[in-house]
Design a binder for this molecule. Structure first.
Ligand code: FES
Length: 327
């Protein structure tokens, strides 16, 4: 199969180091270079892809300090009713070899424009926040993390968090499975704080509650990281009914993308492979450059700037009759 040009991140083999139970269903998994070399650097909020075989690709946020170059650490929640990625991750053992990619960051920390940082984590959404905490501490920045979990047994990274809890920089909220008994997200986000940036990561309900409460904040100060798909609005869904064509720049081939068929599926039907993972616009795997046309971006990954050159072809549609992919 052909492969459409995408923003690739180098894939390489890593060795599984320590595997540690962090909470009831959460393992942290350490990865090192098989020969002990330094790993490609990363910034707080970054994730790596795991290529687990049988087209199973999953992304996990790095939760160790970005200052560490000898290892990556990811935190993985086992989702028993998931599609198998987290179960495969939980089967990894120390010494195993696994294919990963260089880190990519869809969820970076703000720089000097931020005077303070407010982090809201729901459940396993704490993993990118752990790298952020390390970075913010090294910057001696002003920050606070609200970490929402079901119970103490479901709370990960206790040893790392304890000193910060004692300093009041991390507040843990247990809701017993009823979000209304946990953090009052609406009250927490009610008043924008000048020059404060907010970072939100967690399951869909958690993100939805934050989105419903964040309206008064300036958009540039609000940062989301998604673990699952955000439902399309009615206007976004309407584009599913509008067919268009995709042109492959290199060959000039024109491919019909019918209504209710993704670009990825249309290309595959013509023998053109695009690597995907979530197929719902939130993981970043299918990022593809385009050179002409007007995509309807329906992802939660690309920034406004990136949208001028890239499109997530698992979920995007097109306003223009033809979308030309740089392939
Ligand atoms: S496959 Fe995940 S964003 Fe397209």
């Amino acid at each position: 199969m052909d492969r459409v040009a995408r923003e690739t991140h180098r894939r390489f083999s890593a060795k599984v180091g320590a595997v540690t139970r962090e909470a009831a269903d959460i393992l942290s998994i350490e990865l090192t270079d098989p020969d002990g070399a330094l790993l490609p650097p990363f910034t707080a909020g970054a994730h790596i892809e795991f290529h687990l075989g049988n087209n199973l690709i999953r992304q996990y946020s790095l939760c160790n300090s970005p200052a560490e170059r000898h290892r990556y650490v990811v935190g993985v929640l086992e989702q028993k009713d998931g599609r198998g990625g987290s179960r495969a991750m939980h089967r990894l053992r120390t010494g195993d070899s696994v294919e990963i990619t260089e880190p990519r960051n869809n969820f970076p920390l703000a720089g000097r424009e931020a005077n303070s940082h407010l982090l809201l984590a729901g459940g396993i959404g704490v993993t990118p926040m752990m790298a952020m905490l390390a970075e913010l501490e090294s910057r001696a920045a002003d920050f606070r993390l609200h970490y929402c979990t079901r119970s103490p047994a479901h709370t990960a990274f206790n040893d790392r968090l304890r000193p910060l809890i004692e300093q009041g920089k991390v507040v843990v909220h247990h809701d017993g499975g009823e979000p209304a008994r946990g953090l009052d997200i609406a009250a927490t986000l009610a008043e924008p704080v000048p020059a404060q940036h907010v970072y939100i990561c967690g399951p869909q309900g958690f993100i939805a509650a934050a989105r419903a409460s964040i309206g008064a904040w300036p958009p540039h100060a609000v940062h989301f990281e998604h673990f699952d798909a955000v439902p399309l609005t009615a206007e976004e869904s309407a584009w599913d009914k509008v067919p268009f064509k995709v042109k492959i720049k290199r060959t000039g081939e024109l491919i019909d993308v019918p209504s209710n068929c993704s670009v990825v599926r249309a290309l595959r039907a013509h023998g053109i492979d695009i690597e995907t993972s979530c197929e719902d616009g939130y993981c970043g795997t299918c990022i593809t450059r385009y050179v002409e046309g007007e995509p309807v971006h329906r992802d939660t990954v690309l920034s406004q700037e990136e949208r001028k050159s890239y499109v997530m072809v698992c979920r995007a549609r097109s306003r223009s009759p033809i979308l030309v992919l740089d392939a």
